[in-house]
Design a binder for this molecule. Structure first.
Ligand code: MG
Length: 275
């Protein structure tokens, strides 16, 4: 099953996507509300108003997650291209819901940064409350997967040893277009990031140093994870900052991140005027 959060009638609603049609789930303001009320079976059976899937205006798949936990270095090739040793433990940082964008939203390029980069990522969406989850319970706590673009202001990211200021920029992180339940993801799923149609990143999504269930177990050791919380699992090799010469996003660039079984998260970069 695929669920989205769409903007409709001046607010947001969850929707179930079945091919060309979206069924509006009138009782749920977003996918996070579906998960918080254990509503996946209701979502699966819902009937009612439908909209053409091609015309949808997507909000972030979870509009206001309680937690957005990100993994900094998790694909072997990306760790090596950034010149870092393979980590014994996941490198964690956080974002806030003000960072999130929907699929199709413009990505504002803030005038304060001159090195704005893409990071296509598989994102985990939590479906049940877990603390100190075993590996088995961690896997069961995953409601599904979506796509994130962890757009990073590299000049700000590397100002200090901690990266937060380059990662939590407002309106920097597209998340969507849909939550796909685990059964939708093929065993050989790949992530591909393209900028203006030119492929920049390609990786098997299973080629993670720390896999989704392992990350849920690890993060839930530290703090409770709740329905709608999101974990960004890290980006593979091919980011602009590691290219020679370096490449950064510019006005009008379109970044499309695709993962088999989920779909494509596409957003255009647009210069943000200095206020
Ligand atoms: Mg990242």
């Amino acid at each position: 099953m695929k669920l989205a959060t769409i903007r409709v009638d001046g607010s947001t609603r969850a929707a179930r996507i079945d091919g060309e049609l979206a069924t509006v789930l009138e009782d749920f303001a977003d996918v996070g509300a579906v998960l918080a009320s254990d509503g996946l079976s209701r979502a699966a059976e819902a009937t009612g108003r439908t909209l053409p899937a091609a015309d949808l205006d997507f909000a972030p798949v979870v509009v206001n997650p309680g937690k957005i936990v990100c993994v900094g270095l998790n694909y072997r090739a990306h760790i090596l291209e950034m010149g870092r040793p393979l980590p014994d433990f996941p490198v964690l940082f956080a974002k806030f819901s003000d960072s999130l964008l929907g699929a199709g939203d413009d990505i504002p390029l803030p005038p304060e940064s001159e090195s704005i980069d893409w990071e296509g990522e598989l994102a985990v969406v939590i479906g049940s409350t877990v603390r100190r989850a075993s590996a088995e319970h961690a896997a069961e706590a995953i409601a599904g997967y979506t796509i994130a673009n962890d757009v990073s202001m590299r000049d700000w990211q590397f100002r200090t040893r901690e990266w937060l200021q380059g990662k939590m920029w407002e309106a920097s992180t597209p998340l969507g277009p849909v939550l796909a339940t685990p059964d939708e993801i093929p065993a050989d799923a790949h992530l591909v990031t393209a900028v203006n149609g030119i492929e920049k990143q390609r990786s098997d999504v299973h080629d993670l140093v720390h896999d989704p269930a392992g990350l849920v177990a690890y993060v839930s050791t530290i703090t409770t994870l709740r329905p709608g919380d999101v974990i960004l699992t890290g980006t593979p090799g091919g980011v602009g900052h590691a290219r020679d010469p370096r490449e950064y996003l510019a006005e009008g660039d379109v970044v499309a991140v695709s993962i088999d079984g989920i779909g494509t998260l596409s957003n255009r970069a647009v210069a943000e005027d200095r206020p």
